[in-house]
Design a protein around this ligand. Structure first.
Ligand code: RP5
Length: 166
């Protein structure tokens, strides 16, 4: 798990076991050239660290937080409760309930404390990374160009292979 010198996106997760999912968020940020850091911050096992992270993130230059957790997935919501930075939540696929617990824990926030809830698993992690980049792209032409190129490659990949049997 690596960190840029001046990260602008914080990719956090409730456990090392979430990395298998959250590496896809970090991967897309790396691909787009977005400086980011990766941290394990558990809402339940390290609650003081969670508060500290949320309180210090803006002052360290973090502009968006991508938070993944599974099961009783309180990390994204508690981060959102402690910072006005945009928080995108990734429900990690849990063993017991296949991520439905994670999804509902992240999506069903009370009015006034928003978390942008993504899909369960890899797709959610990739899209959280893309959304974080899209926020930064509003004021960063290099990230905007990288995002446009990513989307163009994706479109081209589909158009170039119209026959799924090939
Ligand atoms: C959550 O509990 C984590 O986000 C993880 O998805 C889940 C299980 O954690 P471990 O027991 O694998 O550390 O807090």
């Amino acid at each position: 798990m690596t960190s840029a010198a001046d990260p602008r996106v914080g990719v956090v997760m409730g456990s090392r076991s979430d990395w298998e999912t959250m590496e896809h968020a970090a991967g897309v940020l790396a691909e787009l050239g977005v400086p980011h850091e990766v941290r394990v911050v558990s809402a339940h096992r390290t609650p003081d660290l969670l508060f500290e992270y949320a309180e210090q993130a803006p002052g360290r230059g973090i502009q968006v937080i991508v938070a993944g957790a599974g099961g009783a997935a309180h990390l994204p919501g508690m981060l959102a409760a402690k910072t006005r930075l945009p928080v995108f939540g990734v429900p990690v696929q849990s063993k017991a309930l296949n991520g439905m617990d994670s999804l509902l824990s992240i999506a069903q926030m009370p009015a006034g404390v928003p978390v942008g809830a993504l899909a369960i698993g890899r797709a959610g992690a990739v899209n959280a990374g893309l959304l974080a980049a899209a926020v930064l792209a509003l004021h960063d032409p290099a990230i905007a160009a990288a995002l446009d190129a990513y989307r163009a490659r994706q479109t081209r990949a589909v158009l170039d292979q119209p026959d799924p049997r090939a």
